[in-house]
Design a protein around this ligand. Structure first.
Ligand SMILES: Cc1cc2nc3c(=O)[nH]c(=O)nc-3n(C[C@H](O)[C@H](O)[C@H](O)COP(=O)(O)OP(=O)(O)OC[C@H]3O[C@@H](n4cnc5c(N)ncnc54)[C@H](O)[C@@H]3O)c2cc1C
Length: 484
């Protein structure tokens, strides 16, 4: 039996798992997909919001502000790239200038410093912004992080400290017995004393399994354009329009790896799984983004994507022990700023459990994750030395993002290692560039099959149904990459 079972391995479930490994507990994480970070945590704006914006009375505001401050130290421990680049919210008329002042006051109440900027000051920082602007609000503590890297790193470190991860394991039902819960999955049953529902868009469904119909989650879709890297930065800050009742609006932001995101749209949708993009919403994104920057170079666009926000009926985070089921905790309605708040949510949940259980510290907890070798960050001399020691770092598999065979083997062999093509892509960006995997995908399949010692035909793109190879078309024989 496990002391704690976490349902869902998004950024929230993984952050909670890591936080719990600081105590002497037997922990399991059940995830229905083939990898961690496959749902909302994978498809968002990747912004670590400063926290000036949420209503001060909400849990969102409290956990956003605390969470933002935790990023520097935890990203250092986990070797995850994080930049505090700052955000600018831009006003284009007098009414919006008033909104900036209100946002500043709201920020002060939340404990977040911001600075009002004149149009000249905004343009000095971001010369591409429309000359129609009337002013801006700078939030210097806003940051960007790679959500896949963060989620994988949290789980890898949790596993290094003893957590067990069960992938491709969908929770189908839950039974309550005297002092434990029996979790019925598509694979087998798991028993746990404490259960934490971190199922994102499906957290309402998990709550229903124990008879709680009070958590109602509606998916609200957001669609984006992704732009390629530029020689000179296209923008250096996250640029927000003034928020409306639909949310933060269509923003333009750099990512930690030098791409740019433009979006998201914001429309309720019926289907939590539906992350398709459509011409109508993308046209809306273009139309809104044009107000911030009139000449966005869409000829550098490399793809579009969509993610679904898990919007609860309270429009706030729901983090509580179930009123009727003791030791069953819900962490639901974690919409934006859920990524920015994830580390603080984890502390908050563990404090709640500690109050009830009096947890005992794990003296062996190691917060440090083994650093990743990132070839494209090394000097030529460092690269030469590395390749002399291990020639696999000299074989470039992804030419767009410069990812070597050595890095891919490392990403497969770690705890919470890559098992799918998308798993390699999320951890290392192989397949993220201009060709979107056109060159590297067959090589990635070959490396995955070799390292996992399985048939290449069984390698999936992402989910369990996404086969890439259906049957052989040629006899085995040499090929251009036979040394891989
Ligand atoms: C368009 C958009 C933009 C956003 N931008 C930002 C931003 O810039 N900054 C920010 O702070 N936040 C942002 N967010 C919000 C942020 O992405 C989420 O708050 C966060 O990712 C939620 O994480 P989670 O772990 O709760 O959910 P998820 O990542 O959805 O994880 C839930 C997991 O539970 C699993 N699961 C579900 N049902 C079951 C089951 N029955 N059995 C087993 N497993 C199950 C799912 O497969 C999934 O992996 C944005 C969200 C969207 C959609």
């Amino acid at each position: 039996m496990f002391d704690v079972i976490i349902i869902g391995a998004g950024v929230v479930g993984c952050a909670i798992a890591r936080e719990l490994t600081k105590y002497n507990l037997k922990i399991a994480v059940l995830e229905k997909e083939m990898d961690v970070c496959e749902a909302t945590s994978m498809a968002n704006s990747a912004i670590v919001h400063s926290g000036y914006d949420p209503n001060p009375q909400t849990l969102k505001a409290k956990l956003n502000v605390i969470g933002n401050k935790m990023f520097d130290s935890i990203c250092k421990e986990l070797d995850v790239e994080f930049k505090r680049h700052g955000s600018i919210t831009v006003a284009f008329n007098d009414e919006e200038l008033q909104t900036l002042k209100k946002l500043q006051e709201n920020g002060l109440e939340n404990g977040v410093e911001t600075r009002l900027l004149s149009p000249k000051e905004v343009l000095e920082l971001e010369p591409r912004i429309s000359l129609q602007l009337k002013g801006g609000l700078l939030a210097p503590t806003c940051g960007i992080v790679n959500p896949f890297e963060l989620t994988v790193a949290l789980m890898e470190n949790a596993m290094d400290n003893g957590t067990k991860l069960f992938l491709d394991t969908e929770v189908l039902n839950i039974k309550k017995e005297d002092n434990k819960y029996i979790i019925i999955t598509n694979k087998k049953n798991y028993e746990g004393k404490i259960i934490i529902n971190c199922a994102g868009l499906f957290s309402g469904k998990i709550a229903e399994m124990i008879g709680n119909k009070q958590i109602i989650i509606k998916p609200r879709k957001g669609q984006y354009y992704v732009l390629d890297h530029f020689k000179e930065p296209f923008v250096s800050h996250t640029l927000f329009p003034c928020p409306t009742n639909k949310g933060k609006g269509v923003l333009i932001t750099p990512t930690t790896h030098g791409n740019y995101l433009i979006g998201p749209s914001s429309e309720f949708t019926q289907e939590s799984y539906d992350v398709s993009t459509d011409a109508e919403d993308l046209a809306y994104v273009k139309e809104r983004a044009k107000i911030l920057i009139p000449d966005i170079p869409y000829n550098h666009m490399i793809r579009t994507f969509a993610g679904n926000r898990a919007v609860s009926q309270t429009n706030d985070f729901i983090i509580e022990e179930d009123s009727k089921a003791k030791n069953f905790y819900h962490v639901a309605g974690i919409q934006s700023p859920g990524l920015a708040s994830a580390l603080a949510i984890a502390e908050y949940v563990v404090e709640m459990i500690d109050k009830n259980e009096k947890l005992i510290k794990n003296k062996n907890f190691n917060p440090i994750r083994k650093p990743f070798i990132r070839l494209n960050k090394l000097s030529n001399k460092e690269k030469e030395e590395l390749i002399k020691k291990d020639s696999r770092f000299g074989r470039i598999v992804c030419r767009c993002e410069i990812v070597s065979e050595g890095e891919i083997v490392d990403a497969i062999s770690r705890n919470c290692g890559a098992r799918t093509i998308k798993g390699v892509k999320k951890r290392l960006r192989a397949g993220f560039g201009k060709c979107q995997g056109g060159f590297c995908e067959p090589l990635v399949i070959k490396i995955l099959a070799r390292e996992l010692n399985i048939d290449p035909m069984s390698i999936k793109y992402g989910n369990n149904e996404s086969y890439i190879l259906l049957h052989k078309t040629k006899n085995d024989g040499g090929d251009d990459n036979e040394n891989l």
